[in-house]
Design a protein around this ligand. Structure first.
Ligand code: UFG
Length: 325
């Protein structure tokens, strides 16, 4: 298949693009480099454009069989400060893409959704039909887009897979691509920055949660496992499979302190770190029930937390070296 990958120069999108290529699909990356990085799109056919630009999109979609839509804003805190940005981009521009797909006859659509649609879950692990009660505009924007896809399926024949990510982590084994956010708010890259001196210390947000060691539990999933699930989801649609919504996680949780200990073991030294107060809006435990994805796609995350950390560390080091020369 020839696949348009929006946001293919971003963290998860660049891994999705590689996973498609490895399975023999043709990839066209569509990115405006607002938050994407040219180095992550290297080696791919590229169209520079906005997701809200119907004209450029219509030309880009001319010979395309399917779309993987990664392009989005994804900072929870920023979404609270500036919800307009999140609704304009994740919903408004996203709908321009969805409408242009329908108009151009592109009916296979893979969407990057998030565990943020569940808000503070009543029960863990979380299954897909658990209540959807986002606690921030980012979660609302992704859920709104899911509702649009669900409405477009019976009306316009759009077939979609909405993939709700838990905590994406790690980098491709090649070390060529990885997580590059500015500002960096995610735990593993923030901890690695504290290891290299790019930040003074890692702040651990709260150790008074009702969890075994008092720190929050998350379901970390290797970005290559995530990327492979996208390809399988697309192939499922191509084989005539129905639209669906799938959690992508491992079903296993790790506390922040466990992640820190794993990082210290991988890099061979202690991190400068300090316990500080809770970060507003952090649920104590987020854990996926990934059984639907396994049943539908025959997919299961296989990579460990150790592999996530080691691959992220490799990318971090290669990049620091490349910048030093
Ligand atoms: N944490 C720290 N210190 C840091 C960064 C994070 O202690 O410097 C902690 C957080 O409090 C949390 C855990 O590490 O307990 C993971 O935090 P991340 O910021 O890495 O990830 P989140 O769980 O906040 O975010 C993820 C996804 C979002 C999604 C959200 C849903 O990255 O896209 O889950 O709650 F919206």
């Amino acid at each position: 298949m020839r696949v348009l990958v929006t946001g293919g120069a971003g963290y998860i999108g660049s891994h999705g693009a590689r996973a498609l290529k490895r399975r023999g699909h043709e990839v066209v990356i569509y990115d405006n480099f607002n938050t994407g990085h040219r180095e992550l799109a290297q080696g791919f056919e590229l169209i520079e454009g906005n997701v809200g630009d119907a004209f450029t999109l219509a030309r880009a979609l001319r010979d395309i069989d399917a779309v993987m839509h990664f392009a989005a804003h994804s900072l929870v805190g920023e979404s609270v400060q500036n919800p307009r940005k999140y609704f304009e981009n994740n919903v408004g521009d996203g709908l321009v893409l969805l409408n242009t797909c329908v108009e151009c006859g592109v009916h296979k659509f893979i969407f990057s959704s998030t565990a943020a649609v569940y808000g503070n879950p009543r029960e863990v692990p979380i299954a897909e039909d658990a209540p959807k009660q986002p606690v921030n505009p980012y979660g609302f924007s992704k859920l709104s887009f899911e509702y649009a896809m669900q409405s477009y399926d019976p009306a316009y024949g759009l077939r979609f897979m909405s993939l709700r990510y838990f905590n994406a982590a790690g980098c491709d084994e090649s070390g060529e691509i990885g997580e590059l956010h500015d500002p960096e708010t995610h735990l593993i890259p923030a901890a690695l920055q504290s290891a290299t001196g790019a930040r003074n210390e890692l702040q651990i947000f709260g150790d008074d949660y009702q969890t075994p060691d008092g720190t929050c539990i998350r379901d970390y999933i290797h970005v290559d496992d995530l990327a492979e699930a996208h390809v399988l989801a697309l192939e499922h649609l191509a084989a005539g499979g129905a639209s669906n919504i799938l959690n992508l996680g491992t079903g296993k949780g790790h506390t922040v302190k466990e992640v820190v200990t794993t990082i210290e073991r991988v890099i061979g030294r202690e991190l400068p770190k300090r316990i500080v107060g809770r970060r507003p809006g952090d649920p104590p435990v987020l854990l996926a029930d990934p059984s639907r994805a396994e049943k539908m796609l025959g997919w299961k995350a296989t990579r460990s937390l150790e592999q996530m950390v080691a691959s992220a560390w490799k990318f971090h080091q290669l990049r620091s070296r490349a910048r030093a020369v």
